[in-house]
Design a protein around this ligand. Structure first.
Ligand code: NAD
Length: 436
């Protein structure tokens, strides 16, 4: 099938390349000329495992191309819209400027029977408000939210755990459903659940999934806060409650909390939309979820300060990680980077290292010191804090080796990823999150 993908960021670039990899003919369109030039040259403009490979394969096969010209979308049967929906400045709501602009730019190039498939995460009600503009061209709007995880985006796009489509009622919706079935045929044939529903449910599935995951993380972080004053160990608590199949162990890793380009802004946008709908109280707990999350960053800073005897000024602190999670170079609302900035603000001399995210972090926070080499970054540090659990820190950094490089022996494990006994045995004063 011929497809277009509007917006070639973390979602769209992967979607375009993944759709080409399963045999479709795809054009990716974005307003960012540099991004499009890089993608057209077969170079991923960001780090995502497996993306470079399917990008160059797609381009070499002739099935994948990129353009800044919306006219390139003409002739595609399905147009996916995956532009950004960031938090508005000065508020909690989602900024729909980019979604509106992308849809408006697409309208002149639509033909009778085309499908416009929204993939961006949007407040409930967005599809219903966009639909008349799309219908006026003879095309049909569907909402097909995306659930990919950065770091596993290629795998999640090619082989998702479910597909959700919000479609209009009647024959138009049925026809659109058939077209989407064709697009996603390889995964549907493998048994991936394909849930067809109305616009509002599809939009809510996405935001409620993110609200649930954020709540689960903040739940265990709230338990970490209690464990800290009670002298308990939250990681053991998580293991123990996680054995209950109704609870499950995943997403119960206490630490410095969640971040990234999705969870924080999505729960805020959900609260804002619920308020607009007159049901703010139904998701009032999401404010608490957000606050618990932000408090863990303060706690991590506090632990570094405690470890250094209460004084951060002039102390050398090495921060291991900058990306909001491993296997990604995404630093949007990265809790680790926030911790680094706070430490710097309190007078510490902060050195950051990360296998993939240094360039992005440097662009946003040029005043911090960045060192690509892990060991060089550790050399001479008074304290070390782990904020992103990359394998090269979690698995490959031995406490003895670290001790041979640093000046001090204070380690704050912001992800509860190290073995406290091993670090203590090597002479370190170890601080975990919610662990004695
Ligand atoms: N990143 C994820 O893991 C993920 C997962 C699921 C859903 N989402 C959702 O997908 C959407 C996109 O997220 P992202 O992480 O890819 O963001 P991103 O910032 O990486 O990419 C957005 C892209 O849209 C482009 N763009 C903006 N306005 C445009 C326009 N008018 N026309 C064409 N292109 C335009 C930007 O240049 C940018 O390349 C968001 O709604 C997000 O919540 C993201």
């Amino acid at each position: 099938m011929r497809l277009s993908v509007i917006g070639c960021g973390y979602l769209g670039a992967v979607h375009a390349a993944a759709m080409a990899s399963i045999g479709h003919e795809v054009v990716g369109i974005d307003v960012d000329e540099r991004k499009i030039a890089s993608l057209a040259a077969g170079e991923a403009p960001f780090f995502e495992p497996g993306l470079s490979e399917i990008l160059s394969e797609g381009i070499a096969s002739g099935r994948l191309s990129f353009s800044t010209d919306f006219a390139a979308a003409a002739g595609a049967a399905v147009h996916f819209v995956g532009v950004g929906t960031p938090q508005v400045k000065g508020g909690y709501a989602a900024d729909l400027t980019y979604v509106n602009a992308a849809v408006d730019a697409l309208l002149p190039h639509l033909s009778e029977g085309d499908i416009v498939a929204g993939k961006s995460t949007v407040p409930v009600g967005t599809a219903a408000s966009l639909a008349p503009r799309v219908s006026a061209t003879g095309a049909t709007l569907v909402w097909n939210p995306e659930f990919l995880r950065e770091g596993f985006a290629v795998q999640d796009t090619v082989d998702p755990d479910r597909l959700v489509a919000g479609v209009p009622a009647g024959d138009e919706g049925e026809r659109a459903t058939q077209v989407l079935r064709e697009v996603y045929h390889p995964s549907i044939a493998k048994g991936t659940p394909f849930i067809v529903t109305d616009y509002a449910t599809a939009e809510l599935v996405k935001v409620s999934a993110n609200a649930f995951l954020a709540t689960k993380i903040s739940f265990i972080n709230a338990m970490a806060e209690i464990a800290e004053v009670a002298g308990a160990d939250v990681t053991m608590l998580a293991d123990a409650i996680g054995h209950d199949a109704r609870i499950g162990r995943r997403f119960l890793g206490a630490g410095i909390g969640f971040g990234g380009g999705c969870l924080p802004k999505d729960i805020r946008a959900f609260s804002a939309r619920a308020e607009e709908l007159g049901r703010g109280e139904s998701v009032a707990f999401l404010r608490e979820v957000d606050e618990i999350n932000m408090r863990r960053r303060e706690r991590a800073v506090q632990l570094v300060q405690d470890g250094l005897g209460g004084e951060l000024f002039g102390k050398k602190v090495t921060v291991l990680g900058a990306a909001f999670k491993p296997y990604s170079d995404d630093i949007r609302d990265s809790p680790g980077l926030d911790v680094a900035v706070r430490l710097h603000g309190l007078g510490a001399s902060v050195t950051l290292t990360d296998p993939e995210a240094i360039e992005n972090a440097r662009r946003q926070h040029p005043h911090l010191t960045y060192v690509a080499d892990r060991d060089e970054a550790l050399t001479g540090a008074d304290a070390v804090i782990l904020v992103t659990e990359w394998d090269e820190y979690r698995r490959e950094l031995s406490p003895e080796h670290a001790a041979s490089l640093t000046a001090g022996r204070v380690v704050v494990d912001g992800r509860n990823a190290f073995d406290p006994a091993a670090w203590r045995a090597a002479g370190w004063t170890y601080y975990g999150m919610g662990r004695p």
